[in-house]
Design a protein around this ligand. Structure first.
Ligand code: PMP
Length: 408
């Protein structure tokens, strides 16, 4: 493994050397989507230049080769996330589709009066599918409060469990606050107290450090490829095989069938059961390339340590700005800094920073219930990845000084 060298790392991300309006790009929006290293871009280009073919049932070389590459991508990802069985790794369109797949599967078994425990810090992707299911089936949703520091109020969360709790679902890392939740302990509690199924939304966790799914004890774990330096339109649902194979298919068509006749159709087991139609072949291969890059070229530990050092620097510098309030100050955080300013609306902050070449996000971050809880319309959010450096933070500070001059 090469030593972690931030200049070399940045050089591996071509987009980081471009300019926006004659200013060097300062990309602080990795929480929305991460930039892609050349290794991933080259892998996609190579696939389309030399390897493109549809998978499965092909009798020609390219098809068989693409099938092997697709299968190997699943193996690489299974190994990278510590999935106990390769076939339990399902390729989806992203975290959103993965949650929808599970909510669709559970709609067969959950009955009126059953309860689901959630938290107020969920992204809409892990909120709305459950709300729709609850309305359809007469389920009760219970939401854990969030503290002033942006952590789940554990006493409150624990008090929500009962003998009727069938599912507990929570985010591993909050996209709006950066908080890392104690998901292993939470999973153990949900199992112990209510024997509930547990779904963890890992969309914001996987890009910030190595996740070992086997170690967490959960039943389902979801994330998106585009946030973990891979392509968009590809994501993962990991789930326990016996649960997934008991679900009705989410979509039907080619590849997921065992046998079709006019009198009826039988379905395959996982993973094909949930991969109807031509999948995102290049996306799967590109996502495996992203994990390979992180494992072999960067190193998760070094990436995490670097990101944490930039987060610390950024937190210190932002805290010096008068009238700026950081939302989410949990001791255990990834590189997400959400903030409000007395002098300016989050959208104005974002717009002025854009004139400085600094890309951040402003708004409710698809976490409206959380914003309601804090009684704010939204925040400005700078979100980091391991490719950010101190100069990025200095540019952010210079931009925020401009915001203050403009509105202060
Ligand atoms: N969960 C969390 C915590 C997220 O931050 C996001 C994306 N912002 C999602 C789920 C949904 O991911 P996608 O839009 O890629 O499906």
């Amino acid at each position: 493994m090469p030593e972690f060298n931030i200049d070399k790392i940045r050089a591996a991300f071509p987009i980081l050397s471009r300019e926006i309006g004659n200013k060097p790009l300062v990309y602080l929006d990795s929480g929305a989507t991460a930039q892609k290293p050349k290794a991933v871009i080259d892998r996609l280009t190579h696939f389309y230049e030399f390897e493109n073919a549809n998978i499965h049932r092909g009798v020609h070389y390219l098809s068989m080769n693409a099938t092997t590459e697709y299968d190997e991508a699943r193996e690489t990802i299974a190994k990278a996330i510590g999935a106990p069985k390769v076939e339990e790794v399902i390729f989806t369109r992203g975290a959103t589709e993965s949650v929808n797949l599970v909510s669709n599967g559970l709609s067969e078994t959950l009955v009126e009066g059953d309860e689901i425990v959630l938290t107020l810090m969920e992204h809409h992707a892990n909120f709305v599918p459950w709300q729709i299911l609850a309305e359809k089936k007469g389920l009760t949703l219970k939401f854990a409060n969030v503290t002033d520091t942006g952590e789940i109020d554990m006493e409150h969360w624990k008090s929500l469990f009962s003998s009727k709790t069938k599912l507990a679902t929570f985010t591993h890392v909050s996209n709006a606050l950066g908080t890392i939740n104690p998901v292993k302990e939470m999973t153990a509690f949900a199992k112990d107290k209510s024997d509930a199924l547990v779904l963890i939304d890992g969309a914001q966790a996987v890009p910030h450090g190595k996740v070992n799914i086997s170690d967490l004890g959960c039943d389902f774990y979801v994330f998106s490829g585009h946030k973990v330096f891979g392509p968009d339109g590809i994501g993962i649902l990991w789930g326990r095989g016996e649960l997934l194979n008991a679900f009705q298919p989410f979509q039907s068509g080619g590849d997921m069938i065992e046998h079709v006749s006019v009198s009826g159709t039988t379905f395959r087991q996982i993973p094909e059961r949930f991969e109807a139609g031509t999948p995102n072949i290049s996306g799967a291969i590109g996502l495996a390339a992203a994990f390979d890059y992180m494992e072999n070229e960067v190193g998760w530990e070094a990436a995490e340590a670097h990101e944490q050092s930039i987060l610390k620097y950024a937190t210190e510098r932002l805290s010096e700005i008068e009238g700026l309030h950081i939302r989410g100050t949990a001791p255990d955080k990834v590189g997400v800094i959400s903030f409000t300013m007395d002098s300016a609306h989050p959208h104005d902050i974002g717009t002025i920073l854009d004139t400085c070449g600094v890309a951040i996000r402003a708004g409710h971050h698809c976490a409206q219930p959380l914003m309601e809880h804090y009684k704010i319309a939204g925040t400005a959010r700078a979100s980091l990845a391991f490719y950010n450096n101190r100069e990025d933070i200095d540019a952010l500070i210079t931009g925020l000084e401009k915001v203050q001059r403009f509105f202060g």
